[in-house]
Design a protein around this ligand. Structure first.
Ligand code: HEC
Ligand code: HEC
Length: 472
């Protein structure tokens, strides 16, 4: 389809919205029509890096430099012979979500890494950059510390170098554990984790402070971990579009878990442009099932008239507009969008923007304006559940708001529970929240309302659209 025609179709889709004043932009002869009421998130300049060095640092670097001593880790968990990351040396037998590194005092420890949340299995394949939709944050992560303490005391004693290497991790786990508990398995508390870590650190020197200096939000806002392969299209980070400025500074923020101070931060900071280059080299995985080509043709034209204005176009004519859509237009759960206007998050934003992270030539800046970004939809088949809070299990349910389940449960076996027809997770519908595996959309921040842009389509049109979405 020719681009001017797409523009024309997009114009018609504007009848769904009131007060719609669409605006046209010419770009290399291509006319894109931006839906009225939406905002383009501006581009920020990024530091260049080397993808191969970035992968190496991601899976073997010491950006988190405290944890359980290596020998104690092997004693407790045994050797994992699968080595899905193809790592060498000590790391060849460590689970992919952990890295063997030297603590500042030279003791070999096993520390968590980014793949705790940013890797997962789908359809039998382990994929780096897929959000981990299986993570279980429903228990206090600090709860195991007393047990680990007993084991390490008996192995090394509390006066040992091993204990010293473990202590920053221990302190952080005890401080954050009670504050990052989610209601449902699969939901991720990363935004809250960042707020708690900031509360325990000096904004400039980044040194650990035992008593929190900024208020810690009482409610944990659940999010679904976004796929890394989308970032290369985006002008910003995070669902609300608030991550502006230097991306590498955000990428390294997890190291606040155990980092000693800003001297170490400056060193870690030099590696993260490479990690960014690696993330930007990732491509979405191809759909593993059958695809009906003639339905795809039909679905593509439905997509271009109903969806592309916000989500962009794909394939040879690719164009991604980077739009932030106000809450009253998208209508999805408001809690994450509104959070950044409450006192806790304003305190967090000030800590961030006015401290080490917001300083220097490579400054990052959190800018909260509300609403949610219409994400790129590459590899969307692989990234259920849907919406920023992961409240909707399949694409078919997303495109038909009346069909969305209020309470739903899946078996968290990513290798076998892919639903090839509705596209997303196989699930059962329940009458209430039976256990932590039940997603309860009646809880605050877990709502599945809004994004009703597929409701006016017929069932046949929705099927064709889903067929097209499989190809992205
Ligand atoms: C505890 C889980 C967790 C860990 C550990 C973690 N992340 Fe994330 N990450 C998330 C979640 C959840 C989001 C989405 C937050 C939001 O937008 O509100 C996210 C967002 C991102 C994004 C933005 C994606 C986008 O399209 O906006 C990138 C890139 C990223 N993380 C990289 C990293 C790197 C690199 C590390 C390791 C240094 C890391 N993350 C560690 C959970 C985690
Ligand atoms: C007015 C702009 C707009 C239109 C039109 C629109 N969307 Fe969206 N879409 C959004 C926004 C904003 C979000 C993020 C909402 C959230 O996470 O709370 C979203 C989220 C999604 C998601 C979930 C992404 C994920 O990773 O969880 C899918 C899938 C999607 N849209 C598909 C579609 C399809 C298909 C259409 C056409 C029928 C469509 N959208 C029309 C703005 C739009």
């Amino acid at each position: 389809m020719k681009k001017p025609l797409i523009a024309l179709l997009l114009c018609f889709s504007c009848f769904f919205w009131s007060n719609c004043a669409d605006s046209e932009q010419e770009d290399n002869g291509y006319t894109y029509v931006q839906p009225g009421g939406t905002f383009v998130v501006p581009e920020s300049e990024q530091r260049a890096g080397d993808p191969a060095a970035g992968y190496d640092y991601l899976v073997s670097g010491d950006y988190i430099s405290s944890g359980v001593p290596y020998d104690a880790y092997l004693l407790a968990f045994g050797a994992n012979e699968e080595n899905v990351l193809g790592r060498e040396g000590d790391n060849a037998v460590v689970e992919p979500g952990f890295t063997a590194v030297d603590a500042p005092n030279g003791v070999r420890v096993v520390a968590p890494n980014c793949l705790q949340c940013h890797a997962g299995n789908i359809n039998g394949d382990f994929i780096v950059g897929l959000g981990n939709h299986q993570g279980d944050f429903t228990l206090n992560a600090g709860g195991v510390v007393p047990l680990v303490d007993i084991v390490l005391t008996s192995l090394y004693g509390t006066d040992s170098e091993e204990w010293e290497a473990y202590d920053p991790f221990r302190k952080a786990s005890l401080a954050i554990g009670p504050h990052i508990v989610t209601e449902v398995k699969g939901a991720n508390p990363a935004d809250q984790l960042a707020a708690v870590l900031a509360a325990h650190r000096d904004p400039m020197t980044l040194e650990w402070i035992e008593e929190p200096t900024i208020p810690i939000p009482s409610e944990v806002i659940p999010t679904d971990v976004p796929a890394w392969w989308l970032l290369k299209k985006k002008s910003h980070m995070f669902y609300s579009g608030m991550g502006r400025g230097d991306f590498s500074k955000y990428l390294m923020a997890s190291s606040l878990l155990t980092m000693k101070d800003s001297t170490k931060a400056a060193e870690v900071n030099t590696h993260f442009p490479d990690v960014l280059a690696y993330i930007n080299s990732l491509e979405a995985p191809a759909y593993p099932g059958n695809i009906n080509d003639s339905l795809v043709v039909e679905g593509k034209s439905i997509f271009e008239s109903n969806c592309a204005g916000c989500h962009g176009t794909y394939g040879a004519d690719e164009f991604y507009p980077n739009l932030r859509v106000p809450l009253n237009m998208v209508g999805t759960d408001p809690v994450l969008s509104d959070a950044y206007n409450n006192e806790h998050y304003i305190a967090f934003t000030n800590w961030f923007n006015n401290g080490w992270f917001g300083s220097g030539e490579d400054a990052a800046e959190l800018v909260s304006e509300g609403g949610y970004v219409a994400q790129p939809l590459d590899g969307i088949w692989a990234t259920a559940p849907y919406l920023h809070n992961g409240s909707i299990p399949t694409l078919e349910d997303l495109l038909n708001s009346e069909q969305r389940p209020t309470y739903w449960r899946r078996d968290f076996n990513s290798d076998s529970d892919l639903d090839y027809s509705k596209v997303g997770w196989n699930y059962e519908t329940l009458d209430n929240k039976a256990d932590v595996s039940t997603y309860d959309t009646t809880l605050p921040a877990y709502g599945n309302q809004g994004h009703t842009f597929g409701d006016n389509l017929s069932n046949d049109e929705r099927s064709a659209l889903i067929e097209y979405l499989k190809t992205l």
